[in-house]
Design a protein around this ligand. Structure first.
Ligand code: PLP
Ligand code: COI
Length: 370
């Protein structure tokens, strides 16, 4: 939609400015002991600007700092904003790697298309991430499950109140040292099935990673917390019956016959990279994996009859998180014995083994940086 062919992407080198007063090594070590999720940030960020007629330009690595903007900047009014989430891992041999970052680059482009934004060329996305990770690799926590979470994002920067696609964008990447996503530390999470709110309708933005999808999920997530659950589970908007996904994760089900299933990509759910990877890993392990619609009433019946034995959430932040059970207005139900199931644990181990370099990377998913 917007011409991004003007800037010769290959020539876009990042001008690097080193932070004059980075966090000192002792303080960093203290922060990395128990970073939680999304609270500890590294010293630098990457930024690239776009303007119609000029293309992508002004690529920088610079000290992470507040962004100042005009009060009429269009993102503040019409929410043209998208983001991504991926992790850099410390490998068993001491190296550093990203996991399938080109998939994030492509999803970022498809999110941009849906939001009528300029598409960032894949090579600029990848070089921004690799440059930040090479600089900030000391921020990868050495704790179990620790990683450097990269948050690329882009928003409309044109100063204009007319409702139209912005002619200018700022793309940026920040990095956050993280441990596990869930605070509770429980071995399995519980889901609140949202019957009053939906996340995405056919023709809407469900398959795009835009901030607006998360804004609209918050009231349902707050309801989940009030109900004593960890995460909200959304149903489809048309029939309020078909299981879609969680506020920030995809979902899988494990059946007594040893097969697994996940809702299909119909345009209303996010095409998760973890989801895609697990479908491939399942096939590698000889596990039958289906992408098929699954109704909430059927899930309840199957949990009660013993046909549905395990369920888990998956995503970059959540990795593979067992689901103990679900709660809804009509009451709750437990899945299996409510504890992490064997197939869930097997898939978790297979995925993290590849990500941490302890299992063979047969699909070439690791992007090794050193
Ligand atoms: N669904 C939603 C709504 C998400 O926010 C995420 C996280 O990015 C996912 C699914 C899982 O996607 P991925 O595995 O690419 O992280
Ligand atoms: C991720 O897993 O990367 C997510 O984006 C989920 C959430 C933190 C928004």
């Amino acid at each position: 939609m917007i011409d991004d062919t003007l800037a010769p992407a290959a020539s876009l080198a990042f001008a690097e400015t080193t932070h004059p007063a980075p966090v000192d090594a002792n303080e960093r070590a203290r922060l990395l002991e128990n970073p939680g999720f999304g609270r500890v940030f590294t010293d630098h960020m990457a930024t690239v600007r776009y303007a119609a007629g000029k293309g992508w330009h002004d690529a920088r690595i610079e000290p992470r700092a507040p962004l100042t903007m005009d009060s009429a900047t269009s993102v503040l009014h019409y929410a043209q904003e998208i983001f991504e989430g991926l992790k850099a891992y410390r490998l068993a041999d001491g190296g550093t790697a990203l996991f399938r970052p080109e998939m994030n680059a492509r999803r970022f482009q498809s999110s941009a298309r849906r939001m009528a934004m300029a598409e960032l060329p894949e090579d600029i996305f990848l070089s921004s991430i690799r440059t930040i990770v090479r600089r900030e690799r000391d921020w990868i926590p050495a704790i179990d499950g620790g990683a450097l979470y990269l948050r690329p994002f882009m928003f409309a920067t044109e100063v204009f109140l007319g409702v139209k696609p912005s002619a200018e964008y700022l793309y940026a990447v920040i990095a956050s040292s993280v441990g596990g996503y869930f605070k509770s530390g429980a071995p399995a999470v519980t889901l609140w099935v949202s019957e009053d709110y939906t996340r995405a309708a056919p023709g809407g933005t469900g398959a795009a990673k835009c901030g607006g999808n998360y804004a609209t999920s918050l009231v349902a997530q707050a309801e989940a917390i009030r109900q004593g659950c960890d995460q909200v589970l959304f149903l489809d908007a048309a029939e309020r019956r078909w299981i879609e996904e969680l506020g920030g994760m995809n979902i899988f089900f494990v059946f007594a016959d040893g097969s697994i299933a996940t809702p299909p990509l119909t345009g209303t759910i996010l095409p998760g990279i973890t989801r895609d990877s697990l479908l491939t890993i399942a096939a590698d392990l000889g596990i039958t994996a289906r992408e098929e619609p699954y109704a909430i009433d059927q899930a309840r019946k199957d949990a009660e009859s013993g046909r549905l034995v395990e369920a888990f959430a998956c995503g970059t932040a959540a990795v593979v998180t067992p689901i103990a059970g679900m709660k809804m207005k009509a009451g709750g139900f437990q899945i299996g014995d409510g504890r992490p199931g064997p197939l869930t644990q097997r898939l978790h181990a297979a995925l993290t083994g590849i990500q941490r370099g302890t299992a063979e990377d047969v699909h070439g998913w690791l992007d090794r940086l050193d």
